[in-house]
Write a protein that binds this ligand. Structure first.
Ligand code: COA
Length: 415
């Protein structure tokens, strides 16, 4: 048995945030029924296509372990079928623009009337308030949730991150909400509404930056490089470049080959507890007892000097040699790994984090498997469905339609 076996998910999601959520539920064994518009489908099927007329990697990599049913939920027949699906499913997930399901005639009140055990989960860009009607995409959420204003180099423009914290991050939050509501339903017998706004999800991931905002009231943020550089703090948490977010100063430093390899860098943290090991490693034994360098507080105004000396050493080693030398000494470092290196990393293949998938139209491609490993519910990655691949089987098995009913619905353009 998989952890969520027996749970039926009515998946009205599209693009990235919602599909991330339902893919996770699918990996844990839920039966995910993805509803798509006939002839159109999730818009990402056709976005960033690398092979003409073949589902894009954007779509395939976010829609594993799902079945696809096509349904025009604005037609009368489509509404009847959707009503039956709501009766049969445990969870309904959607990330339409605000109000879209209400306009279809399926408000939360109506959904509860149809099935009081239904857990109805939504991603929206913003929660209730001045921006609740806005359509929102990834980078808008990163900007509105505090990530962009705190990312980038001091003095540079606000910067978005490659990690999709707005879309995939909110999808993760939503999946957690759904599983929590399923657990509560085991006691209450009732469904409930689960909402997660992308702005809120991003802000939650930027929690430490709101921490720093409040610390600013009581003095400068001494672990930020700008403190040592004598640059005054303004009113808001500043961009901190590659400074470490915690109390232990860290930076990205050049390694051997940086002149030609854009990823020949290492992260290096000057963990206070291993300062003496760092001094020995980089050939600065005298700093162990020097009052200007021996304590964390003494080093804070001199971080540039400290990291320049460490970088003089890291530039003589590859990023992997830095790791091999520092790890046994408990000095926290991490090579900057490119997507190419990650795609080729054998240990990630072995754990199922990087998976090769076979697709009937595209051939073999790589994807990221389930990053959450359950010892009693292993995840296997099943290729994404073609548009409407499971329409007939779902209408027969879940909705209970006869072959004649299915043919009639098809003639009417409802499926
Ligand atoms: N049958 C009939 N109509 C369908 C349908 C179906 N199976 N599936 C979707 N539609 C309709 C919707 O009802 C909607 O119609 P309406 O505008 O008349 O009410 C229409 O298709 C378009 O849906 P919408 O969600 O508005 O798509 P969009 O392309 O205009 O906007 C987003 C895309 C992502 C900006 C928007 O959905 C959004 O803001 N979502 C919430 C935040 C979010 O998740 N953003 C991140 C996405 S990764």
């Amino acid at each position: 048995m998989k952890a969520l076996e027996g749970v039926k998910i009515l998946d009205f999601t599209h693009v990235q945030s919602g599909p991330t959520c339902t893919q996770l539920l699918g990996w844990f064994g839920a039966d995910v029924i993805k509803v798509e518009r006939p002839g159109v489908g999730d818009a990402t099927r056709g976005q960033l296509q690398d092979i003409p007329d073949v589902d894009s990697l954007y779509f395939t990599m976010l829609n594993h372990n799902k079945r696809s049913v096509t349904l025009n939920s604005k037609s009368d027949r489509g509404k009847e079928i959707l009503t039956r699906l709501i009766e049969e499913c445990d969870v309904m997930v959607e990330n339409f623009a605000p109000g879209a399901l209400d306009r279809m005639g399926f408000s939360w009140e109506r959904i509860q009337e149809i099935n009081s055990r239904m857990i109805y989960a939504s991603v929206k860009g913003f929660g209730p308030g001045p921006y609740e009607d806005c359509k929102v995409y990834e980078n808008v959420a990163q900007c509105a949730g505090g990530a962009a204003s705190t990312t980038g180099m001091l003095g540079g423009v606000p910067t978005v991150t490659g990690a999709q914290i707005g879309d995939s991050g909110t999808g993760l939050h939503l999946a957690f909400g759904i599983v929590t509501a399923l657990y509560q339903r085991t006691h209450s017998g009732k469904g409930q509404r689960v909402s997660c706004a992308m702005q809120d999800g991003v802000l939650n991931l930027c929690r430490v930056k709101l921490r720093d905002q409040q610390r600013l009231d009581n003095g400068p943020l001494k672990e930020y490089s700008q403190f040592g550089e004598g640059v005054e703090f303004g009113e808001a948490t500043p961009r901190a470049g590659n400074d470490s977010g915690g109390g232990q100063p860290g930076r990205i430093l050049k390694c051997k080959g940086w002149e030609t390899d854009p990823d020949a860098y290492t992260y290096f943290i000057t963990q206070a507890a291993v300062w003496k090991n760092i001094c020995d490693t980089i050939g600065k034994e005298e700093w162990k007892e020097d009052p200007d360098f021996a304590t964390p507080d003494a080093r804070l105004p001199r971080l540039n000097e400290v990291f320049n000396a460490i970088e003089d050493w890291t530039m003589t080693k590859t990023k992997f040699e830095v790791l091999e030398i520092c790890n046994p000494l408990n000095i926290p470092v991490g090579p900057i790994l490119s997507m190419k290196e990650l795609a080729e990393e054998p240990s990630l293949r072995e754990t199922g984090t990087i998976v090769e998938v076979e697709h009937p139209e595209r051939g073999t491609y790589l994807t990221v498997g389930n990053p959450v490993k359950l010892s009693d519910s292993p995840s296997e990655v099943v290729r994404s469905p073609l548009l409407g691949e499971h329409t007939d089987e779902i209408l027969r098995e879940v909705v209970g339609l006869s072959d004649n009913d299915i043919a009639a619905a098809r003639d009417e353009g409802a499926i």
